[in-house]
Ligand binder design. Structure first.
Ligand code: NAP
Length: 303
């Protein structure tokens, strides 16, 4: 089977890493983007079923890694209808395509630990989801749309991501560094919800390994999988650790022990990753090593 991958959301935080990972492992890659479709990225509005299908027919991918989404919980709370169009309807379009062309083509759909309520960690892929906010609800609806339209679709749930950024605000992890660097103001950080910051490069390796396995046979990998970084941290822990690694003062970083405001968030949605590890799939970078490897990129983005 040909090694052709279509990566949606290729201009995004994870998508950029996915493109690098697949390209450097012998895959022919077509990355799609929307407002940031520059260079070799193809512009497509995934809410437009006709143009999306035209693109799919032209490229004829063996794997689609569907990373495009609206993933900011507070934006989703305010824009439910628009979110459904990009998160659920676009996923449906892709899943219908892969179902029609199965087993030659399949989808890896990126989802989130926010499908869980965070009361009973760690969560196995078979555990019952119970999202607390509209983002989690929309991602769960997308997972179900993917699997309903294409029963052989693969769902990969991951927690909060960090990686090489265009701006620090692109990741809920690196945005903390902005506040750390502004030493004149107290930087109040949540020290309540437990998080598992995960390197986009690790997730990209996992997606590529799943895709390689899927090419061998459609039964070798299907259904829901989890991946996660190894370290349990609050946002306060991440901020203090980044300050330490980059020799920045941390005296003004203040721990907030109360639940976060805004869209409700799970307390601890730790993902059990053993299902993928049993397949010999995975790469887990410690927060310390992952952040240190980004030092130049992150420090260059400080205002
Ligand atoms: N970031 C996290 O912490 C996190 C955590 C758990 C799960 N996830 C999941 O991982 C995936 C990747 O997240 P990310 O952080 O890389 O997202 P991101 O940086 O916000 O990127 C979103 C991507 O979606 C594209 N997009 C948005 N609307 C589109 C449309 N109408 N048509 C075509 N493309 C569109 C954007 O293109 P343009 O920018 O070019 O418009 C961009 O490439 C998502 O499915 C997300 O739910 C993310």
């Amino acid at each position: 089977m040909s090694k052709k991958v279509l990566i949606t959301g290729a201009s995004g935080l994870l998508g950029r890493s996915l493109v690098r990972q697949f390209e450097s492992n012998g895959w022919e890659v077509l990355g799609t983007a929307f407002s940031r479709a520059t260079g070799s990225l193809r512009k497509v509005d995934l809410r437009d079923e006709t143009s999306t299908n035209r693109l799919l027919d032209d490229f004829s991918p063996s794997i689609i890694v569907h990373s495009a989404a609206e993933r900011r919980p507070d934006v989703v709370e305010r824009n439910e209808t628009e979110t459904t169009r990009i998160n659920v309807d676009a996923t449906t379009t892709l899943a219908k395509y892969t179902a029609k062309h199965a087993p030659r083509t399949s989808t890896i759909y990126l989802s989130t630990d926010y499908v869980f309520d965070g009361t009973h960690p760690p969560y196995a892929p078979t555990d019952e989801p119970n999202p607390l906010n509209k983002y989690g609800i929309s991602k769960l609806a997308s997972e179900r749309a993917a699997q309903r339209h294409d029963p052989s679709a693969i769902v990969l749930r991951v927690p909060v991501l960090y990686g090489r950024v265009e701006t620090l605000a692109e990741s809920a992890v690196t945005v903390l560094l902005d506040a750390v660097a502004r030493v004149k103001k107290p930087a109040v950080m949540s020290d309540y919800e437990r998080r598992y910051p995960t390197s986009v490069d690790d997730v990209a390796v996992v997606c590529r390994q799943i895709a390689d396995k899927r090419l061998v046979g459609s039964d070798s990998v299907r259904g829901v999988y989890h991946w996660s970084g190894p370290d349990e941290m609050t946002k306060y822990d991440m901020a203090v650790e980044m300050a330490k690694l980059f020799d920045l003062p941390a005296e003004h970083v203040v721990a907030n022990k109360e639940p976060s405001k805004g869209a409700p968030r799970p307390y601890n949605s730790q993902l059990d990753t053993s299902r993928l590890e049993e397949l010999g799939i995975g790469q887990k970078t410690s927060f310390r090593d992952g952040i240190l490897s980004l030092k130049e990129n992150l420090l260059s983005k400080l205002g």
